[in-house]
Design a protein around this ligand. Structure first.
Ligand code: NAP
Length: 476
């Protein structure tokens, strides 16, 4: 199905259709329904109508549908991974990893959703009892990016449904197909009509504005760029819509002089090149101690040159970038780094055809204030900056308005933890290049976002707190 999904039905889009391309060869792999403002409102109609029954269901019943969806995603791992690869371009191994990660949100929130905690207490002054409980926030608008088409959707849908919310979701226009596949599995798992509604569109601004202006929509959960997040926060302010924002990153990766260099290289390969560098958590600037910079660069560069870039069907390690614009942006950042004095020390190879290829590249001697370390690269380029004292590298790491992820590779655990604690980032990998974990709170500081996904915190983003203040005369 490549249509809108509203109130349990697959419908044509009021604004026709648009193409979805495989970025590895630019072939059109699907024509997808193009939703407009009327479709957006119809989706809210369905979500608002389904809300009372869904939030009244015993949490265990909602939980069992989520658990079943987890099992169905695991069953369909291969076909989902192929779909992700086809529309996003990432390698099959990256895509399989994404399916496993994405499915886990259904299992995790199936488990968290039944722990409906509250509180009960006596006020210090006496005379009242306080009962605290949590209620679903209501109809939630979810907006997801193209770089993790499965995980960014499930990281929102699963906690929203577990909390008792119903949802309207707009997938990225580059990668709507994976969302459709997950929607089919939710239906197969028994999720009733109207609880999940999907509106693909080429008019993201129009659809999301319609939702934010609709008084029935009480929540916006967005993952994407800081620029669009700022736009949505301003729009949400008009109706004081509850907002969760997972925005851009600019992760520093620090290697100290006493680090295990082979382990640091292995970690940096994951932190930098997963999804071809198109991850919000991607290591964006590598700060390597001057004493080990030569050894690290040689070993890392050699691993980078061995990366196979190509189509997932050919067993490549990394695929193409998402678009011609992305290739242009990354090319310009590399050119400006070279102009500022950086050297291209290592470079991989790419297929000679019309996919959106970019060769994995290592830049050494990068000035600490180069544009490429200040911007989110979102591509397979690793700029290496050297440093000599811990206070210097902490200052460099914090010299950014972004604060999503960071990585520290150090020989002594306490030093690694001190460095990690000194960095203003929501997530810090210590001697490892991966921080994503459904049971841990994912999210950023500063302009990288508001709120957290995953963990218990991810459920709380979709709950309102209410207390009942009960008159309690001390002597009846
Ligand atoms: P983007 O341009 O902000 O797009 C993200 C989503 O917003 C897409 O669904 C897009 O729709 C939609 N959108 C675009 N313009 C909009 C508007 N005016 N109003 C409402 N929605 C709008 O980001 P991207 O380039 O796809 O994704 C890369 C960015 O996402 C990076 O900065 C990355 O760091 C960030 N990201 C963050 C996290 C995190 O958890 N913190 C995770 C993944 C990615 P269309 O597809 O139709 O344009």
């Amino acid at each position: 199905m490549t249509r809108l999904f509203i109130n349990g039905e697959w419908l044509p889009g009021s604004a026709g259709e648009f193409d979805v391309e495989n970025p590895a060869d630019r072939t059109v792999i699907a024509r997808v329904a193009n939703g407009d403002a009327a479709d957006a409102t119809a989706a809210v109609d369905a979500a608002a109508t389904a809300l009372p029954a869904w939030r009244a269901l015993p949490p265990r019943q909602r939980s069992e549908m989520l658990r079943r969806t987890y099992e169905l995603m695991v069953r369909d791992t291969d076909s989902l991974a192929e779909l992700i690869s086809a529309e996003n371009g990432k390698s099959l191994s990256d895509a399989r990893g994404e399916v496993t990660y994405a499915a886990e949100f259904f299992r995790w929130f199936a488990e968290e959703g039944v722990r409906t905690g509250g509180d009960y207490g006596a006020s210090p002054a006496g005379g009242t009892r306080t009962v605290v409980s949590h209620k679903p926030v209501g109809v939630a608008a979810l907006v997801t990016p193209w770089n993790f088409p499965a995980a960014m959707a499930t990281r929102k849908i699963a906690p929203a449904l577990a909390a008792g919310c119903t949802v309207v979701l707009k997938p990225a226009s580059e990668t709507p197909l994976t969302t459709f596949a997950i929607t089919r599995l939710l239906t197969e798992a028994g999720v009733p009509a109207g609880v999940v509604n999907i509106v693909p569109t080429k008019d993201a601004g129009g659809i999301v504005t319609t939702w934010l202006e609709d008084p029935r929509v009480r929540k916006i959960s967005f993952t994407g760029s800081t620029r669009i997040g700022q736009v949505l926060l301003k729009q949400a302010a008009d109706r004081v819509v509850n907002s969760s924002m997972e925005l851009g990153g600019n992760a520093p990766l620090i290697v100290t002089e006493d680090a295990n260099i082979d382990a640091a290289v292995a970690g940096a390969m994951i932190a930098k090149f997963r999804g071809g560098g198109q991850a919000c958590t991607a290591a964006n600037r590598l700060y390597v101690h001057a004493d080990v910079a030569e050894e690290f660069t040689a070993k890392f560069g050699s691993a980078v040159e061995k990366l196979v870039v190509g189509r997932s069907s050919d067993g490549a390690d990394i695929g193409p970038l998402i678009s011609a614009k992305a290739v242009g942006d990354v090319t310009a950042l590399v050119a400006s780094a070279v102009e500022a004095g950086a050297t291209i020390s290592h470079r991989g190879e790419v297929p000679d055809d019309k996919g959106f290829w970019f060769a994995p590249t290592v830049l050494s001697d990068v000035p600490a204030d180069a544009e490429i370390v200040r911007q989110e690269i979102f591509g397979p380029v690793a700029p290496i900056v050297t440093w000599t004292t811990d206070s210097e590298v902490i200052a460099l790491a914090n010299e950014s308005e972004m604060g999503l992820a960071a990585y520290v590779f150090a020989g002594e655990l306490q030093r690694a933890m001190r460095l990690g604690e000194a960095i203003d980032a929501g997530m810090v990998g210590i001697n490892r290049g991966l921080v994503s974990d459904p049971s841990a709170p994912f999210g950023g500081m500063k302009q990288s976002g508001l709120g957290r996904e995953g963990a218990r915190a991810g459920l709380e983003e979709f709950l309102e707190t209410q207390y009942l203040s009960i008159d309690w005369p001390e002597s009846p």
